[in-house]
Design a protein around this ligand. Structure first.
Ligand SMILES: N[C@@H]1[C@@H](O)[C@H](O)[C@@H](COP(=O)(O)O)O[C@@H]1O
Length: 262
């Protein structure tokens, strides 16, 4: 795993955006896995600015979002579809038909999970999956106890997650208790995983994910099994890591190798 520690949240957002743009430059028709939550908003803002400055085009890209609340239509202001439209898609040149967010109004979620998985497979698989992390270590909505082999399915949210996400709703009672989410197994099949975390409230989850055991109790820890996983953290989110000094020196070495071709 690459562990990149930036000085603050803005620098982390810039770094994530740069990695996404690198991917699109290498492969203009990249299949991007996208995430919601407060953390990626700053990264999406940088992508929008880069697009406006004509430094990147999403015209040939496809996208698949990680998850959606069950019971919310795409035009509901707190739906993840709406989030993606307002925070990214409406401001870039991605083909609306090439953007996919799980359907929060599907009737049969077992069947729907297979449909979503098939859509990802038909697109050629995800090249780069952007991820956040919940305070309980979840990726997408793969709450503690999720199988590390899980696929797109329904998931019941932990009370902590409902509480964490209540800030986006008028009251906690409005937060859906169920979500449809890519599974950990789905995420692990992405060619590259890029997990962004900022803020001291993520420090414990990050320390457990990176330096703890691989466990379904912190589903981000499953990234230890991925051959190309990158963490982009700010100082606060990295503050619980015991081997920070090593990760920093290793990144410095990586930078020298890339720059000088050592
Ligand atoms: N399903 C999303 C996750 O994909 C996200 O990583 C998490 C953290 O969000 P935030 O970035 O707001 O802390 O929130 C939700 O639970």
């Amino acid at each position: 795993m690459r562990i990149i520690i930036e000085s603050d949240a803005a620098a982390a957002a810039n770094r994530c955006a740069a990695l996404i743009i690198d991917q699109i430059q290498k492969k203009p028709d990249s299949v991007l896995g996208l995430a919601t939550g407060g953390t990626p908003v700053a990264c999406y803002q940088v992508l929008i600015e880069m697009y406006q400055e004509k430094l990147v085009s999403f015209a040939a890209c496809k996208s698949f979002n990680l998850d959606e609340y069950v019971g919310l239509a795409g035009d509901h202001p707190q739906s993840y579809r709406h989030f993606m439209q307002t925070n990214l898609f409406d401001h870039i040149d991605i083909d609306p038909a090439a953007t996919h967010v799980p359907n929060g109004l599907a009737k049969d979620y077992e069947a729907y999970g297979e449909v979503y998985e098939q859509q990802i497979a038909d697109a050629g698989g995800i090249d780069l999956q952007l991820l956040g992390i919940g305070t309980d270590g979840h990726i997408a909505f793969n709450e503690p106890g999720s199988s590390l082999g899980s696929r797109t399915r329904l998931k019941t949210l932990m009370p902590e997650t409902v509480q964490d996400n209540a800030r986006f709703f008028e009251s906690i009672d409005e937060v859906p208790r169920l979500a449809v989410t890519m599974g950990v197994g789905t995420i692990l099949e992405s060619r590259q995983c890029l997990l962004m975390a900022t803020g001291s409230h993520k420090a414990d989850a990050i320390a457990a994910a990176i330096e703890g055991p691989v466990t379904c109790q912190n589903t981000a820890s499953a990234l230890q099994l991925h051959r190309d996983a990158i963490y982009v953290l700010d100082e606060a989110a990295a503050s619980g890591l015991k081997r920070q000094a090593y990760y920093r020196s290793s990144e410095e070495m990586h930078r020298k190798i890339v720059e000088q071709g050592l």
